[in-house]
Design a protein around this ligand. Structure first.
Ligand code: PMP
Length: 393
């Protein structure tokens, strides 16, 4: 045998073909990606700085403006998952030592508080148990007390299954000279949200939920107020990769004649994101919102007929895209989830962060949102309840 210069052999696992089973992705994301979007992502790639790519990025920008209902020029897609947009929003609009107020009623507020603490912000939190929400009066009192430069709220709290009311909060933030940052990763396309009309200063989402694109890109938009705050910074954002001065140039938002290389964007991910935004544009936002609501109501009825209890009692607060079910008493939620994967090739999930051990979660988003899929979920759940172990207690 000839002597080899490498001492680490090729891994045996990689000499076998890739195996990725079919799954019904009926948890809180990622969702199944329809063939049209998969095909867009599978096209031969082009250079990230080619003029055709810039056209595609311009189309994406228009698609995000439509999906967010905003005219903001500073509208881009992050190269990265929803967390990239969370960090981009905080890193660029907050400077170390500044006060930030975070509403926590599930895991997403916890995460944003952690991100803001890490970059040296002075973080104040308002906390409710998962399923709870904040009144405008409570928010106004906290704004007056902590005088934050930024207030964070999750619109679609996917760990709790809440669609948080947004009306009036943007106005309160203006009165208190504070930016209003909203997370719509789990709600965009699934529940009404109007960035400009609702005076949201910074809004972000993810690609892998109701947009049905693969995970890995994240739309974000900043309005004039947010841009003013960013341009009056005294310090540079802690992250080079997420610095909006560079990203706004890469996305052609800074009015400069040329785009200069900053990083290599996920070309295939942008192809897929463009296609997903095209599908939303063809369907229409209002149709998409209505459709999610109708299918969610059909799901609620079916779950109740199975004897299951919805975790959020107030129907008007439920997030249409992600439904939380109280764990049926006597059952081990992990066993139910494992049963669904094993016998139904179906992913539902448990809770996350503070809702862990409290809920099962069903996400039917975008392409996955249909009564046929509700029927599949209900059949699978009925089967799991019949076959999983139930304690007598
Ligand atoms: N915010 C919300 C409301 C989410 O549901 C998620 C994803 N589950 C995120 C943020 C984070 O997104 P990602 O996993 O793409 O980083």
């Amino acid at each position: 045998r000839a002597m080899s210069s490498v001492s680490i052999p090729p891994p045996a696992c990689l000499l076998k073909p890739l195996e990725a089973p079919f799954r019904y992705l009926f948890g809180p994301g990622p969702s199944n990606v329809p063939p049209r979007i998969l095909a867009a992502g599978g096209r031969p790639i082009i250079g990230h700085m080619h003029p055709e790519m810039f056209e595609i990025m311009n189309d994406i920008k228009k698609g995000i403006q439509y999906a967010f209902q905003t005219e903001n020029n500073m509208t881009i897609a992050m190269s990265g998952s929803g967390h990239t947009a969370m960090e981009c929003a905080i890193f660029n609009t907050v400077e170390p030592g500044e006060s930030v107020l975070v509403a926590i009623n599930g895991i997403w507020g916890e995460r944003v508080a952690e991100i803001a603490k890490r970059m040296g912000a002075n973080v104040h939190t308002m906390v409710k148990a998962p399923g709870g929400y904040f009144t405008n009066q409570e928010i106004e009192q906290a704004l007056a007390k902590h005088k934050p430069v930024l207030f964070f709220l999750t619109h679609g709290e996917s760990s709790a299954g809440i669609a948080h009311p947004v009306d009036g909060i943007g106005d309160l933030c203006r009165q208190h000279n504070c930016l209003f940052l909203v997370d719509s990763v789990a709600s965009l396309g699934g529940a009404p949200l109007y960035m400009d009309k609702q005076n949201i200063d910074i809004l972000y989402t993810g690609s892998q939920k109701a947009l049905n694109a693969p995970p890995g890109t994240a739309p974000i938009s900043f309005n004039e107020r947010a841009c003013k705050k960013m341009s009056s910074r005294k310090t540079k954002p802690v992250s080079y990769l997420l610095d909006m001065t560079h990203l706004s140039n890469y996305w052609g938002c800074d009015g400069k004649p040329a785009r200069i290389y900053h990083h290599t964007g996920p070309v295939s991910g942008f192809f897929a994101l463009r296609e997903s935004l095209a599908i939303l544009a063809e369907k229409g936002l209002e149709n998409s919102w209505r459709h999610h609501k109708e299918v969610a109501e059909y799901l609620y009825k079916g779950l109740e007929d199975l004897g299951l209890k919805l975790f959020v009692p107030d129907k008007s607060l439920r997030l249409p895209s992600v439904t939380t079910i109280a764990i049926p008493s006597g059952y081990d939620w992990r066993e139910i989830l494992a049963y669904l994967i094993k016998y139904h090739q179906m992913e539902l999930t448990g809770g996350l962060g503070p809702s862990m051990g409290l809920v099962l979660r069903v996400g039917l988003m975008g392409y996955n949102c249909s009564k046929t899929n509700v029927d599949l979920v209900l059949l699978a759940l009925a089967d799991a309840l019949k076959h999983c172990h139930k304690s007598k207690a």
